[in-house]
Design a protein around this ligand. Structure first.
Ligand SMILES: [Zn+2]
Ligand SMILES: [Zn+2]
Length: 194
């Protein structure tokens, strides 16, 4: 006697896709009673590339679109809300493409960094141009020469002002030191200092 599976509303624990059991003539799946379910989302894999298979119960279960009855105080119904967290983005999703684009750019920038560290020098053809290209490909246009120069000068200006502050502080410190030395000398003369 074959077991009668319990109808359940099942969602994949990895990607949140609802799992509805039915025969699939195209793949030859006849939908026999089963306890472990294969997520229908082909993108849903572990880090070794294995499709997600999980067991929601030790008993035989069958994923259904919805149950015959809904609880009177239930606040959630199947298909009424998008799937749970950890959604694996579909291949053509803009977010996924954006993610990939940024990852590629960062990988290139990281390679450039490593090359600079390896050579202990930086140059235009091996580093600076490729850096600009990588940023450009990732959608970062960068500033034009005039604007970049204006900002650089503003920065230089700030550095200069800081230099002046440091100089003034050093002078004050020197004066303090001289005053202290004079005081030492005076105290020494009076026999108050060994
Ligand atoms: Zn899944
Ligand atoms: Zn199943």
């Amino acid at each position: 006697m074959s077991p009668v599976p319990i109808p359940m509303v099942l969602h994949c624990p990895r990607c949140g896709t609802q799992h509805i059991d039915a025969p699939d003539p195209e793949s030859g799946w006849t939908n026999p009673p089963h306890r472990s379910h294969l997520c229908g989302n082909v993108e849903c894999q572990d880090d070794q590339g294995r499709r997600t298979i999980w067991r929601p119960s030790e008993l035989f279960t069958t994923g259904v679109a919805r149950l015959a009855q809904v609880g009177s105080s239930d606040t959630w119904q199947p298909s009424a809300e998008p799937p749970a967290p950890n959604v694996v983005l579909p291949e053509r999703s803009p977010l996924r493409q954006e993610n990939q684009r940024l990852r590629e750019a960062l990988t290139k920038i990281n390679d450039i960094r490593n090359d600079i560290v390896g050579r202990q020098t930086i140059n235009w053809s091996a580093h600076i141009y490729p850096l600009v290209t990588a940023l450009h490909e990732a959608g970062f246009e960068g500033l034009g020469y005039d604007e970049a120069r204006r900002r650089a000068l503003t920065l230089l200006d700030a550095v200069k002002r800081l230099d002046n502050v440091a100089l003034a502080l050093r002078r004050m410190l020197d004066t303090e030191k001289r005053d202290l030395a004079a005081l030492d000398e005076e105290l020494g003369r009076l026999g108050l200092l060994r």
